[in-house]
Design a protein around this ligand. Structure first.
Ligand SMILES: [Zn+2]
Length: 290
């Protein structure tokens, strides 16, 4: 059964560990991520962008795939299905489709007031249905589904204003970037993270753009209040590298190596292995029942 992400993230906040929120793209992706979490007995947030839902046809298809996999694979750990970077409209679509958690990304709205107003409306509706809500303040660098911004740092006072609306967890820029980090990246701003944490209390904070941040910086961020680490590019790179190796070794041309089940297996196995490594780095192994 799917659950919302509130309790698992509150436990992470109290226990000073992080939960990976892993993006799914298709059946193989969802299945691999679930296998990794079950094997390590970690709570899991599996999330999907609007773009990845469109690729799979609709949010309803994504919700049905994840729900059916959890049931058919006898997954015992708590699993939340979360909308990643939702627009105002997508949030309502996901609530109808059976998602148990949504991110409303109002950081690109014309004004901060509009972000506040829409976040407040969404919190009321989502909470009436038992669905958790992530909100966002400030620009986070990089590009996600065509939305770009330039590595801004979130304003701590704006974080407090959004936190006071009763959101369940909050994404705030602390120098992180989506996608691959440039060679001259300055690193995370722990000072900014500490300022935000001081104003938002025990609210779980979210780190986007988790791929390419050195492990020691992620772990320090977790110790300062980051509870959810978004992972998308990392698994894409792992899948691509394993698939490239299979083809470059000519295995698709040996016997029935062209069979899609054989062709996709190295990438699938790579996602399981990489997800397990990340769960261990974030510290959520064995925390399924905390
Ligand atoms: Zn993000």
């Amino acid at each position: 059964m799917l659950v919302n992400a509130t309790a698992m993230l509150q436990s992470a906040e109290k226990g000073h560990y992080g939960l990976g929120a892993f993006n799914t793209n298709n059946l193989e992706w969802a299945s691999s991520i679930l296998d990794a979490a079950e094997e390590l007995q970690s709570p899991l947030i599996i999330q999907c962008t609007g773009g990845a839902a469109k690729w799979q046809t609709s949010f309803k298809v994504v919700a049905d795939i994840v729900k059916d996999l959890v049931e058919a694979k006898n997954i015992t750990v708590p699993v939340a299905l979360h909308l990643d970077h939702g627009s105002y409209e997508q949030v309502f679509q996901c609530i109808d489709a059976g998602f148990t958690s949504v991110m409303y990304d109002g950081s690109h709205e014309e004004t901060f007031d509009l972000n506040l107003q829409r976040t407040e409306e969404i919190v009321k509706l989502a909470h009436s249905k038992g669905i958790s809500v992530e909100a966002e303040v400030g620009g986070i660098g990089g590009v996600e589904d065509g939305v770009a911004s330039a590595g801004e740092l979130a304003d701590p006072q704006q974080c407090k204003a959004i936190a006071d609306l009763g959101v369940d967890f909050l994404a705030c820029g602390i120098g992180n970037i989506h996608g691959v980090y440039p060679a001259d990246w300055q690193g995370l701003s722990f000072d900014r993270l500490a300022e935000i944490k001081a104003l938002t209390g025990d609210l779980p904070l979210v780190l986007h753009g988790g791929t390419g941040i050195p492990v020691d910086q992620i772990q320090k961020a977790i110790s300062l209040g980051i509870c959810k680490i978004n992972v998308n590019t990392d698994l894409q790179l792992a899948f691509a590298a394993a698939t490239r190796k299979y083809i470059e070794e000519g295995k698709d041309q040996q016997g029935k190596g062209y069979d899609p089940r054989k062709l996709l297996k190295p990438g699938r196995d790579a996602i399981v292995e990489r997800t397990k490594e990340l769960i261990q780095e974030f510290g959520s192994e064995g925390k399924a029942w905390n």
